[in-house]
Structure formats: structure tokens, C-alpha cells
Design a protein around this ligand. Structure first.
Ligand code: V47
Ligand code: SF4
Length: 394
């Protein structure tokens, strides 16, 4: 880390010896090791947050990125049965669904700039059906950036077509795919895989597919599913393997820790605590010296923790996703506009500067700091701001 690039990190006075040790290592241009990463989980969360926030500020200033997007899940029918998944259904199940072309096209709201497509591994679909989903979305709005299909789905398409990942990815790119989302990585631990997702691809195949994509100029993200049966050491190991992948074949935009939602899975009794969430976000910011963003994914973290995470190293909030549906149900005049306001409000509340981006992190709009009147919880802007913020909470 150069002196110029480390203004915030170098000016920090830290009390905790472990976090101060991490600060020293970063200032000397070193990287945190597996052992340091694990030990940092026992450090005070506020000290971790101060250092991680300084790292994020040295990289991005006060900017926090978000996108006006929607998630499209064309089908929940899936041939696999991961133990942590509450979403997938078997064909014939009364709750199973498969969207028609009309439903898929209707999903493309003219106001969105990114579409995130992910779904089940359908027992009857061919590769062509998945390609059509991308084509239809892109035809409906050619300027839309499409982030589609996890490595698990790409591997499924390889098996359907008996072709390699490069061939499959090239066909998807021709159809309109711009980037790969980071799902399906779960935790890079054979022990955990055998326990809770033994039918799914493991670490090696997931990394092979992302390396291939990066080599072809297709950027991607990487996730970690935490807060179930994994250990902290396995979480850190996962991050280090991803850091090494990024060294070999750069192309990750963001690392996204996904807080496991127990739902009806019976795997654990409750979700990880907010402190554990913030530690995981902060430690990932400290470990990844080569990935631009750590994402605070509010859908899993909840709006409050996701907002706080913007002061613990996160510099991206994903997107509006389905907020506008809730706003619509509440009879808002401009549901997408309201969802966008909610993101802007959450980012400003954390003292940061909102930047709207597309899936390729091209800047669409930078928002100024809030005017004092707009930031205060009264005045003319109140109705919209408050309704927008509460739309995200539900
Ligand atoms: O791969 C499944 C996870 C992922 C649960 O790339 C669960 O920008 C929590 O990858 N509780 C899909 N998580 C979502 C995903 C994602 C989300 C947002 C942004 C991006 C991006 C990617 O969700 C799956 C799996 O790891 N998941 N079940 C659960 N019960
Ligand atoms: Fe759920 Fe994905 Fe596993 Fe299918 S592959 S069961 S959709 S997590």
C-alpha cells in the first residue's frame, strides 16, 4: 500500500493489538494470512470496522455503489436438493413454477438498468431455453446489463450440451450476457459440501468456471454462504482461495458474504448475529486486497445491518431488486423511483455518497450529499423519503 493510497489507514490510531497488527501488515504492503484472518474474529468489532472502513475509503472515498435492478427467477424447478435451499421445488410440486415468455418480458421494467437472472436446474429445460431467457430480456431492453447464471448453472449447461465452459459462456455472451453473479460458491470446504450440498459442484469446478469467464473478459462476483455449519477458519480459507483466483485470473467486481437464512431448513436455529455479520464483512475487506468491492446484500442482512455495514468496509449495496413491488403495493406513484430513493437514503444515512451503477460498474448517476432539509426527518421531502426507507425494511 503506497503512502498516497493509504491516507485513511495510515492515520488511524488503533488500540487492539491484533487489528493494529493487521494495519501494520497492510501499510507494509503485505497481505493478511489465514491465521490472522481467523484471529481477527476475536477482535473488537468496532476496531475491525474502523480499519475496514479506512481501507474502503482509501479505495473509493465515500462512494457506495448500487444498481436499479430486478432479480428474475425464471423457474424454481431444480433437479438438485441442497439442504440449505428453501427455494427449489420438484416438478409437479404445487408450488413449482416456470415462467412463460410473456411473464419474463413483463419482468423487464423500463426503469431498471440491471437484470440479475438465476434459478433452478430444470428437469425438462434445454440450454436453448436458458439462452432464450437472456435473449428475451435483452430484446425487451437492449441497454440493460444482464448478470446471469451461477457457476452451478453453467456447469449444468455443460452437462446438457456436452461442451466445455468456454463454449457455453460464448453462446450466453452472444445471447446478451454481460457478467456472472457470484452464487453457488457456498463454502469452499469438502466437509461442508458433503454435509449440506453434496450433489452440487465443489470449489474446484466453481473456480474453474469463473477463471474461464475472467479469461474471456466476462467479469463476475463471488459469494460466501455463512452462518450455518461452517467454521470461521473455513470462511477465511474460502476468502483466501478466492483471493488467489483473482491473482491468477482477475475479474471479480465484488465479494458478497451471504448471511444464511434458516427458514424451514432446520440447519440452524437462528441467523448469525449482526456482530458476526459485521465482522465477516470487515474481515473480508481486510483480506481482499485485490477485489474492488465488498457488497452489503441487504436482502439477507436486513436493512439496518446492511446500512451499518457501509461503515464496516462495504462499498456496494447491490440493488433495488424487488423493492418497487412493495412500493407498488403501497400505491406509490413511481415504484422504481421510490426504490431508488430508498437506496440513496440508506447510503446517505451511513454518511456515504450514493453512486448508481450498471452490472459492469459503469457510473449512471452520482448523487450529491443530501441537502440538510432533505436529510432531516421533516420538511417537504419527508413523505417520499420515509415511505421509501420503510419499503426496504419489509
Ligand atoms: O448460491 C441459498 C444462497 C445464492 C439461501 O452476484 C441462500 O451480485 C441465504 O448468489 N440463505 C444466490 N442464502 C444469490 C446470489 C447473489 C445474491 C445477490 C447478488 C449476487 C451477485 C449474487 O443464495 C445461492 C446460495 O449461496 N442461498 N439459500 C439461504 N437460505
Ligand atoms: Fe436450490 Fe440452487 Fe441447490 Fe437447486 S442448485 S437446490 S436452486 S441452491
Amino acid at each position: 500500500m503506497s503512502a498516497h493510497a493509504s491516507r485513511h489507514v495510515s492515520s488511524l490510531k488503533l488500540r487492539d493489538p491484533e487489528v493494529a497488527g493487521a494495519q501494520r501488515a497492510l501499510l507494509e504492503g503485505g497481505r493478511l494470512t489465514q491465521e490472522q484472518g481467523v484471529r481477527l474474529f476475536d477482535a473488537p468489532v468496532l476496531e475491525l470496522g474502523r480499519l475496514a472502513d479506512a481501507v474502503a475509503r482509501d479505495r473509493h472515498g465515500a462512494r457506495v455503489y448500487f444498481t436499479v435492478n430486478r432479480q428474475l427467477n425464471p423457474t424454481n424447478v431444480c433437479v438438485l436438493s441442497c439442504r440449505f435451499c428453501d427455494y427449489a421445488k420438484k416438478a409437479g410440486d404445487p408450488d413449482a413454477y416456470t415462467m412463460t415468455k410473456e411473464q419474463i418480458v413483463a419482468h423487464v421494467d423500463p426503469a431498471i438498468t440491471e437484470n440479475h437472472i438465476v434459478g433452478g436446474l430444470h428437469n425438462k429445460w434445454r440450454f436453448e431455453d436458458y439462452l432464450n431467457v437472456v435473449r428475451w430480456v435483452k430484446e425487451a431492453k437492449p441497454s440493460l446489463s444482464v448478470k446471469a447464471f451461477t457457476a452451478v448453472e453453467i456447469d449444468f449447461f455443460c452437462r446438457l450440451t456436452k461442451r466445455d465452459a468456454a463454449w457455453v459462456l460464448e453462446r450466453l455472451r452472444e445471447a446478451g450476457l454481460d457478467a456472472l453473479p457470484g452464487g453457488g460458491a457456498e463454502v469452499f470446504s469438502e466437509r461442508v459440501r458433503r454435509e449440506i450440498f453434496h450433489q452440487k459442484i465443489g470449489a474446484q469446478r466453481w473456480m474453474e468456471i469463473h477463471e474461464t469467464a475472467h479469461g474471456m473478459g466476462i467479469p463476475s462476483n463471488a459469494t460466501l454462504l455463512y452462518g450455518h455449519i461452517e467454521t470461521r477458519a473455513e470462511r477465511v480459507q474460502h476468502m483466501i482461495l478466492l483471493r488467489e483466483l483473482e491473482d491468477r485470473s482477475p475479474g471479480f467486481f465484488a465479494f458478497i458474504p451471504l448471511a444464511f437464512q434458516p427458514g424451514t431448513t432446520g440447519l440452524v436455529r437462528r441467523q448469525a448475529s449482526a456482530i458476526e455479520d459485521l465482522k465477516t464483512i470487515a474481515i473480508s475487506r481486510l483480506l481482499f486486497d485485490n477485489v474492488p468491492h465488498v457488497k452489503s446484500y441487504w436482502v439477507m442482512l436486513g436493512q439496518d445491518t446492511a446500512g451499518v455495514a457501509l461503515n464496516f468496509g462495504a462499498s456496494d449495496m447491490d440493488g433495488t431488486i424487488g423493492v418497487e413491488k412493495i412500493a407498488h403495493a403501497a400505491l406509490a406513484r413511481s415504484p422504481v423511483g421510490l426504490a431508488e430513493e430508498a437506496m440513496v437514503h440508506a447510503i446517505r444515512e451511513a454518511g456515504k455518497l450514493p453512486v448508481q451503477r450498471d452490472a459492469l460498474y459503469r457510473v449512471i448517476r452520482e448523487y450529491p450529499r443530501a441537502e440538510p432539509a432533505a436529510a432531516a426527518p421533516h420538511g417537504d421531502g419527508r413523505g417520499e423519503q420515509t415511505a421509501a426507507a420503510s419499503a426496504v425494511t419489509r
